[in-house]
Ligand binder design. Structure first.
Ligand code: C5P
Length: 224
């Protein structure tokens, strides 16, 4: 059995992290939520009122950001730490969700995040989810999954997740946020969200978590 890189890309709130996390646990791999990095960077910018269109200020802010991604293989839980503070719940809040895609479109931010992500994947044996993991971060990954799901189902998933993680959610805000992020993520100049040519598509609108895992596990076993 060899260690491979598995990428899981797709639209917002398709359940990418849930699947990637379960897959990593099953294979004894490391799970990395790349979206959490963009969210933590965004939180830093919001907290410090960084003018993201001022190049000098942006570079200085990025130099002051230290991110650590903590993954517990036993429980499958993950936490991102921003400058030593666990911000896993904070980064799921609406203020971050509404700003993150603008931040993630910036070249300097992407260079910063992609470099970290590539380092994390050096020893393989990872499942990383995001938007550009199969196209830009690991174009040679052995297995690339591209996830889609019906928009109404995605809205419900995000609404439930938000309520559970932050204690509050508003349905119209969630709908607007998902539509905006999908638009910004697919139309940005650098590394837009798109399906890699060699990716396999998983539409999980009608699939529960166990069914999704069984399908992707089979794909993974064919590569391992
Ligand atoms: O995955 P999640 O929804 O938490 O990602 C938050 C945002 O981070 C996305 O809407 C997207 O703008 C950005 N992102 C990205 N590239 C990735 C992962 C996330 O641009 N690889």
């Amino acid at each position: 059995m060899k260690n491979i890189i598995i990428t899981v890309d797709g639209y917002s709130s398709c359940g990418k992290s849930t699947l990637a996390r379960a897959l990593a646990q099953e294979l004894n791999y490391i799970f990395i939520d790349s979206g959490a990095m963009y969210r933590a960077i965004t939180l830093y910018f919001l907290n410090n009122q960084i003018d993201i269109f001022d190049d000098h200020e942006l570079e200085k802010a990025l130099r002051n950001i230290n991110l650590k991604f903590q993954y517990d293989p036993v429980s499958g839980s993950s936490h991102i730490h921003l400058n030593g503070v666990n911000v896993e719940n904070e980064i799921r809040k609406m203020n971050v969700s509404n700003a993150v895609s603008k931040v993630a479109a910036l070249e300097k931010v992407r260079d910063f995040a992609v470099e970290m992500q590539r380092k994390m994947g050096r020893s393989k044996g990872i499942v990383m989810d995001g938007r550009d993991i199969g196209t830009t971060v690991f174009p040679k990954a052995e297995l690339k999954v591209f996830m889609t799901a019906d928009k109404n189902i995605r809205v419900k998933r995000r609404y439930d997740e938000l309520k559970q993680k932050t204690g509050y959610a508003n349905l119209n805000d969630v709908i607007r946020n998902i539509e905006n992020r999908d638009h910004l993520d697919t139309t940005r100049k650098i590394s837009p969200l798109r399906q890699a040519e060699d990716a396999v598509v998983l539409d999980n609108s009608e699939l529960n978590a166990e069914e999704q895992l069984a399908i992707v596990l089979q794909w993974a076993k064919e590569k391992i």
